[in-house]
Write a protein of this length. Structure first.
Length: 320
């Protein structure tokens, strides 16, 4: 009982701390997208923070599930109780918590998109693709007076200076930021953007499935089943570090397989198989469901086999 209570405390505390951290980071990133050089900005935004909670919760759930397996590798006592609690957490997460979260996300996401500020401030040089803008005055109708420095020969003469009067300020090149200066300074590298694009693709697929009803969500939740099944990989080796590497690698592989499927990054042969399976079964995504279930069976079967193997080995050693 103490073990079960202890694991529950670890799980809930990790969920709380993880969600708080990611929601705060999301809020700061949204504040940066709204920030315009020379204009006042707020430090804390409750709307962005709440949106960050909803958007980061599925990610936190996945991370905490994997971290829980890693914790059990480090502390392998009371395996049966640990397994029961792990299954309870997983079922509650993928059948209640995450689908409920996905249904709430759509109510808040539009607020973030519409919060982008289409404005600029005076007295700042802003480098665009074709030159540099300097606005000496921002008018009430959001037009600007200033100069444009042609640094690329866009207007026919490199280095030319063009005066601007009642110029219509355009901020499309700064998207998703409001200010091109902030974008040029803080635009993250592809190494950072790619993992978030993977997460966003899976989130989008999950939201769509949740909107179609329980059975459609249950099909998408096969991803959760596959991720939960990495529990069995913790018995792969007698070396704990090797088990940690195997669990992380397997979880990452599952996520990437699902990402490739939902982004339609599949060979033509698999696309044909998916189409025929859909016609035969009447399901929307039968191929990825089948793949996730097969992976789950493999990982769970491996865990059972290794558990029996280890148990027999311990029995033989005790008899000797």
């Amino acid at each position: 009982m103490k073990r079960a209570l202890y694991l529950a405390v670890i799980y809930l505390a990790s969920m709380f701390v993880g969600t708080l951290v990611f929601a705060t980071l999301f809020m700061f990133s949204c504040n940066l997208t709204m920030f315009v050089t020379g204009l006042p900005s707020s430090f804390f935004s409750l709307r962005f923070f709440m949106t960050g909670i909803l958007l980061s919760l599925p990610l936190v759930c996945i991370i905490v599930e994997i971290l829980l397996v890693l914790y059990l590798i480090r502390h392998p006592k009371h395996q049966l109780i640990s397994l029961i609690m792990y299954v309870v957490f997983g079922v509650a997460t993928w059948l209640v918590l995450i689908p409920t979260d996905f249904k709430l996300i759509s109510r808040y996401e539009s607020d973030v998109v519409s919060s982008r500020i289409e404005a600029s401030s005076a007295g700042v040089f802003r480098k665009e693709s074709n030159g540099v803008f300097y606005f000496s005055k921002i008018n009430e109708d959001k037009t600007a007076d200033g100069v444009f420095l042609d640094t690329t020969g866009y207007l026919g003469q490199e280095g030319a200076v063009l005066p601007l009067f009642n110029f219509s300020v355009k901020t499309e090149s700064a998207y998703p930021y409001s200010d091109i200066i902030i974008k040029n300074s803080l635009q993250p590298s592809s190494l950072v953007i790619y993992p978030f694009s993977v997460y966003n693709a899976i989130i989008t697929a999950g939201q769509y499935s949740a909107s179609l009803g329980f059975f459609a969500w249950l099909a998408f939740a096969s991803l959760g089943l596959a991720l939960l099944s990495v529990y069995g990989i913790q018995f792969a080796s007698s070396w704990k570090l090797a088990n940690v590497a195997c669990v992380i690698t397997a979880a990452a592989a599952i996520i990437m397989i699902n990402y490739f499927y939902y982004m339609n990054f599949l060979p033509d042969v698999l696309k044909e198989v998916a189409s025929k399976l859909a016609e035969f079964s009447g399901l929307k995504d039968p191929l990825i469901i089948l793949i996730n279930i097969i992976l789950s069976i493999i990982f769970i079967g491996f865990g059972v086999f290794m558990g029996i193997y280890r148990l027999k080995g311990n029995v033989l050693e005790s008899n000797e």
